[in-house]
Design a protein. Structure first.
Length: 141
């Protein structure tokens, strides 16, 4: 599902916001599609809205937001920062083009974040609950 159209990205984003997206469609690409849609549709400080949406979505699909599962603050903040920088670097690109180009780079790998954080630091309780800066290398942009 990494090759999405603008319309498919909107369907994913609205599905997350409405808690109607089927759980099996909440893929790595869908996470970035949601972030890109939110950035281009709403802009500004997206973290509170994205945090609330992901937490609600997790619960709606039978998940939990605990100290060991569900919502992860550092991963969300990092992903939003990468998306904001990517959108800013590609003015005039469609949402689908933004997603395709983002996923064609390092962020296309589901383990992209571990080039910036050690597993121990990123998977810590502290990082799940609050923003923890990278300990390997800074985020791009």
């Amino acid at each position: 599902m990494s090759e999405m159209t603008d319309e498919e990205m909107e369907r994913v984003a609205r599905g997350v916001l409405a808690c109607t997206l089927p759980k099996e469609e909440w893929t790595h690409a869908a996470h970035f599609a949601f972030a890109i849609w939110m950035q281009t549709e709403r802009g500004g400080d997206l973290l509170p809205a994205v945090r609330a949406a992901i937490c609600a979505y997790n619960v709606s699909t039978g998940g939990e937001n605990t100290d060991t599962a569900g919502y992860h603050e550092t991963i969300t903040v990092a992903s939003l920062a990468v998306v904001a920088a990517h959108v800013a670097a590609h003015p005039g690109a469609t949402r689908a083009e933004l997603l395709a180009s983002l996923l064609a780079g390092p962020c296309g790998r589901s383990d992209w974040i571990f080039t910036h954080w050690t597993r121990e630091r990123l998977l810590s309780l502290e990082a799940r609950r609050e923003w923890v800066p990278p300990d390997l290398q800074p985020l791009p942009g």
